[in-house]
Write a protein that binds this ligand. Structure first.
Ligand SMILES: CC(C)(COP(=O)(O)OP(=O)(O)OC[C@H]1O[C@@H](n2cnc3c(N)ncnc32)[C@H](O)[C@@H]1OP(=O)(O)O)[C@@H](O)C(=O)NCCC(=O)NCCS
Length: 251
């Protein structure tokens, strides 16, 4: 199999730009080749998965993440070192700490967003509405939506509710990941709405069929950017084989 090692020729980002990279991890892949890029800690973590499938998924998403970030750091994927914040948000260690990123995965898909100027959060989720009956939906809505969002959900026709809920959920998770707290902060404390989004810091992405994805932008530091920051989102080409190309922002 052809595993292309990212060359240390740097990709550049301007301050308002976000690059999105999608990878698909179920193509036949020589994981041994990717293993070489991982740290000892990552390899130990991979060994702790009980199911081989989960270990493979972990290896893929970490190798993918390295392969993408190496292009911006200008070093090989195996040369990158990571640190984590108070709630587990990963970032690159010095001297590459100015390459900001966030990652999410679901099913075979891995998504990495990269920025030079803003903290980011991304979330991709399988949008399987069949498992969300109306009662379950109402229960989840009370747990994670704000009152205004719950009211908006209640006003939708019943068949549209599950999709709207899943969309709001990915927006919230992306936003909480941009803030760095992840789900250690109650999702019901951030408002993302259910309707079309007109302003950042949250953007719906065109995910692969059957998935939903969102991107959120934070200011440098820990709070979301005030007002509507100028940003543009670009889809970049895939770093590993097996790539099919989902979209960028939904317009
Ligand atoms: C991050 C979190 C939202 C993951 O959600 P998920 O839908 O299961 O998984 P996703 O694929 O979307 O995201 C996972 C990735 O988010 C990133 N991540 C982890 N913690 C994060 C945080 N606090 N903020 C932003 N991103 C985070 C990592 O890159 C992680 O990838 P990894 O599993 O390869 O390490 C959830 O686990 C969480 O809220 N964790 C933080 C709170 C917590 O429990 N902290 C305890 C550790 S200190």
């Amino acid at each position: 199999m052809d595993v292309r090692v990212a060359k240390p020729s740097r990709l550049r980002l301007d301050g308002g730009e976000v690059h999105l990279w999608w990878g698909r991890g179920d193509a036949a892949q020589d994981l041994d080749a990717l293993l070489a890029w991982l740290s000892d800690e990552e390899r130990r973590r991979a060994e702790r998965f009980r199911r081989a499938r989960d270990a493979r998924a972990f290896l893929f998403r970490r190798a993918f993440r390295r392969s993408v970030l190496a292009r911006y750091a200008g070093v090989g994927p195996g040369e990158l070192a990571f640190e984590t914040g108070a709630h587990g948000k990963p970032c690159l260690s010095a001297p590459h700490e100015r390459v900001l990123f966030n990652a999410s995965s679901s099913g075979p898909w891995a998504l990495v967003a990269v920025s030079a100027g803003h903290e980011l959060g991304v979330d991709v989720e399988r949008a399987d509405e069949r498992f969300l009956g109306l009662e379950e939906l109402a229960r989840l809505a009370r747990r994670v939506l704000t009152e205004a969002e719950q009211a908006a959900l209640g006003r939708l026709p019943a068949p549209a509710r599950a999709r709207a809920f899943l969309r709001a959920w990915t927006r919230k998770e992306a936003l909480l990941k941009a803030l760095g707290t992840g789900l250690s902060r109650e999702p019901g404390t951030v408002e993302v709405g259910l309707g079309p989004l007109s302003t950042p810091p949250v953007l719906d992405l065109c995910a692969p069929p059957g998935y939903t994805a969102s991107l959120a932008l934070g200011a440098p530091g820990s709070s979301p950017a005030p007002g509507a920051p100028r940003w543009s989102v670009a889809l970049k080409r895939m770093a590993l084989p097996g790539f099919t190309r989902p979209g960028g922002p939904c317009r």
